[in-house]
Design a protein around this ligand. Structure first.
Ligand code: AHR
Length: 500
């Protein structure tokens, strides 16, 4: 198939907020325990954190990480995780029917986050608890000294406050499964009052209010409208969550879910604009897509297990094995976030280690990178700067979730400080190569600095411990002539082309 595409150096969508490439990690399954933290493991450091996992995390250059939940946070007592480890209570985690030992709490997590150079984005419990505990938590974390909570932190060996800016006001409060689930108005009021208290403690806090758990919730998108009507002026972001799957074994429809996500983003942007107009507000509210990933391979099986198991500690849970098809999907979804970086400022892959994650770590054994690690890493490393508007003129297809889906999926990022232009391309055609002609206006003299690709794998192929065959490889077959990038992209392939 022939595909024409074009970018212009001066025609951009927005400056990308680096936090578009953030992550999420929850106290569930083996994400924390035997994921990032495993005292006694040969790779454990003095704090019990795994060096092998930390190295893989560092290579992703993640700007921010959302913690500690997720559904977990809605029945969590943050105070259980502070003070001498031997005095910490073991509790029942109501969200995942597991035992929580509290051996990792805010101070341990902060040590890890600092070590891997990631900013913390913390969630408060607005399910089983409320404003009062949220306020205590923020005071413990952010107040310098001279008060009960700040001096308690200092007595725990943390002299300086963490100065955490990003605070999530609960998690998925629209979901009937959530401990302390609320109606929209009820939650909106609580979020507003909590936001006011948090801003009193940390005036430059960035507050994230819960949107719908996904765009199939019966209350979507009224939920967003009702919640924002209560708290618009006091919050900075509204969260979106969406998980994806290909249970019907229809690859093109799976890929079409990226366009469906574009509609979701556009709809919420419309709701934000509506409420802003209705309130005659001056401030903007942006989108924080703080949970996204593929989650379907073992979802049902897991659900059958954990609903009836006997409160295990750090059980195997949501340990999806990602294949090549998932990597192509993730590459396209990240392209969509880049294309919508005018409205989506923060996005978090959910999650980071073991639980629906790009990194896996065997208990007592090796760590390894899943297929989806690579597109996530490519976007994080090379997708910083200005998102340019990309025009694509090529064959399209219709599927169950969307019509007119371009086989060629593309985004472009101009690192205007460093001078590089990076193109992220996915040929989603099942059998035909894309004969590409990509016009690069304003980039006279640019040549290819590198071309990395993922191609030629069976869609169902996966990586495993000591077996990371599905990874970025050196690309070939593309060249630039007279400001036009041309060449052939094989069917079902992903490309990162950096020009300078
Ligand atoms: O990431 C797994 C779970 O998915 C989170 O705990 C919850 O917020 C979402 O439903």
């Amino acid at each position: 198939m022939r595909v024409r595409a074009a970018v212009h150096r001066d025609i951009d969508v927005a400056r990308i907020d680096n936090r578009l490439y953030s992550a999420f990690i929850e106290h569930m399954g083996r994400a924390i325990y035997s994921g990032i933290y495993e005292p006694g493991h040969p790779e454990a450091d003095a704090h019990g954190f795994r060096r092998d996992v930390a190295a893989m995390v560092r290579d992703l250059q993640i700007p921010a990480i959302r913690y500690p939940g997720g559904n977990f946070v809605s029945a969590y007592r943050w105070e259980d995780g502070i003070g001498p480890k031997e005095d910490r209570p073991v509790r029942l985690d109501l969200a995942w029917r597991s035992k929580e030992t509290n051996q990792v709490g805010i101070n341990e997590f902060a040590v890890w986050a600092q070590d891997v150079d990631i900013e913390m984005m913390l969630a408060v419990n607005l399910g089983s608890r409320g404003l009062e505990e949220a306020r205590d938590f923020v005071e413990y974390v952010n107040h310098p000294s001279g008060t009960y909570w700040s001096d308690l932190r200092r007595s725990h060996g943390v002299e300086n406050p963490y100065d955490v800016k990003m605070w999530c006001l609960g998690n998925e409060m629209d979901g009937p499964w959530q401990i302390g689930h609320k109606e929209a108005k009820e939650y909106g009021r609580l979020a507003d009052e909590t936001a006011k208290a948090l801003k009193a403690l940390t005036p430059d806090a960035e507050l994230i209010v819960c949107g719908s758990s996904n765009d199939e919730m019966p209350t979507y998108p009224d939920w967003e409208r009702e919640v924002l009507e209560e708290c618009y002026e006091n919050v900075h972001y509204i969260s979106l969550h969406k998980y994806f799957g290909n249970s019907s074994n229809d690859t093109l429809n799976f890929f079409g879910k990226v366009e469906e996500t574009g509609r979701y983003i556009q709809s919420i942007a419309g709701v934000i604009d509506f409420v802003k107009a209705k309130k005659r507000a001056k401030n903007d509210v942006h989108i924080c897509f703080d949970e996204w990933n593929v989650w379907y391979h073992i979802r049902e099986e897991d659900s059958r297990r954990w609903h009836s198991w006997d409160w295990p500690e750090a059980p195997d849970l949501l340990e999806e094995n990602y294949n090549f098809e998932d990597a192509l999907f993730v590459a396209s979804l990240l392209n969509e976030f880049i294309r919508r970086s005018d409205r989506v400022k923060i996005a978090c892959i959910a999650q980071l280690v073991n639980v629906i994650a790009p990194i896996r770590a065997e208990r007592g054994g090796p760590a390894w990178r899943q297929t989806i690690y690579w597109p996530y890493q490519m976007a994080s490393l090379y997708g910083r700067g200005k998102a340019l508007r990309v025009a694509v003129d090529g064959p399209t297809y219709d599927c169950h979730v969307a019509d007119d889906v371009n086989y060629l999926d593309a985004s472009a990022v101009h690192d205007d400080a460093g001078g590089a232009l990076t193109l992220f391309l996915v040929n989603r055609h099942l059998s035909e190569p894309a004969d590409l002609r990509f016009e690069l206006t304003g980039f006279a003299g640019a040549t290819i600095e590198f071309h990395k690709t993922m191609a030629g794998h069976d869609l169902r192929a996966t990586n495993g411990p000591g077996r990371e065959d599905i990874a970025m490889a050196q690309g070939s077959g593309l060249g630039v002539e007279d400001g036009v990038l041309g060449g052939s992209l094989p069917p079902l392939s992903y490309h990162v082309v950096r020009l300078r």
